[in-house]
Design a protein around this ligand. Sequence first.
Ligand SMILES: Nc1nc2c(c(=O)[nH]1)N[C@H]1C(S)=C(S)[C@@H](COP(=O)(O)O)O[C@H]1N2
Ligand SMILES: [Mo]
Length: 311
Amino acid sequence: MAKRFKSDLKHSDVTPQKHFLNRRNLIIGAGVLGAGAVAGTAFGTLGAKPAVAEGALDLTPNTLKEISSYNNYYEFGASKTDPAKYAHTLTTDPWSVKIDGLVEKPGTYDLADILKNADLEERIYRFRCVEAWSMVVPWLGFELASLLNRVGVQSKAKYVAFETLFRPDEMPAQKTSVLDWPYVEGLRLDEAMNPLTILASGLYGKELPKQNGAPLRLVVPWKYGFKSIKSIVRISLVEEMPPTTWNTVGPNEYGFYSNVNPEVDHRRWSQASERLIGGGIFAKRQPTLKFNGYEEQVADLYTGMDLAKNY
Ligand SMILES: Nc1nc2c(c(=O)[nH]1)N[C@H]1C(S)=C(S)[C@@H](COP(=O)(O)O)O[C@H]1N2
Ligand SMILES: [Mo]
């Protein structure tokens, strides 16, 4: 797989948005199609929206403005426009991540050190929220597996638990009880080790906007957006399935797995289609794809499981 950015580049050195967009066809389906993706340049004029067959992976990125002004980040309020208004109060530097539990080298790692050793690269992923909207986001990140391998996962570990910062002085909604704080999420170890699963520190070649989960957030493209936990301060390797915020809030509506699945409706709405953010009010809804279009890469993880029960 092409590694576009080396970790010795500062975010500010990284490709400006325009050039970045022009390269999207080269990396369409990064981590999915590999070198064969170069064929994507056949889409024609770089930067123009390619004609995409129904059901195919359209990886035309949303604009930075769209991606950073329509967010879910409950620590800053429950409305989609709250995070862009209020997340600027968050201090993201210095930042460290505690890695503990069933690992060989537990410790509190400085984010700068994590990033210095990381193989940062562009990943353009579809992102599907459980509320039936979607975006395409050009992340800058690295495989979670590479970090886990570096700290050494013990053989008893079966799950990975993640925790967001708890700092009510900077995250105003943490003074209320809309959710149990801190926000927590979890993955089965094999899901965490899948090469599609990344930790992102940027998007559009720049540092992550705070409303998108700076300075480090998870991205799991075949799962509903809420699995992609923001502003991570702790990663724990554990033996038991860890609690997750939305499952705690509504166990009937949000399961542990939360794989994107058009065949399994949410209790209160259909998951068969989605609204692409930025498409305009007259835009046709697009059909939702199983595993958000990443079926080929991840379906094996769930062989033999009833996905209607394990939602
Ligand atoms: N800590 C934290 N992480 C979070 C959330 C949150 O409220 N708090 N919201 C989740 C939900 S519901 C979604 S859809 C995505 C939104 O990511 P985006 O704002 O970058 O699009 O973040 C997820 N991660
Ligand atoms: Mo969401």
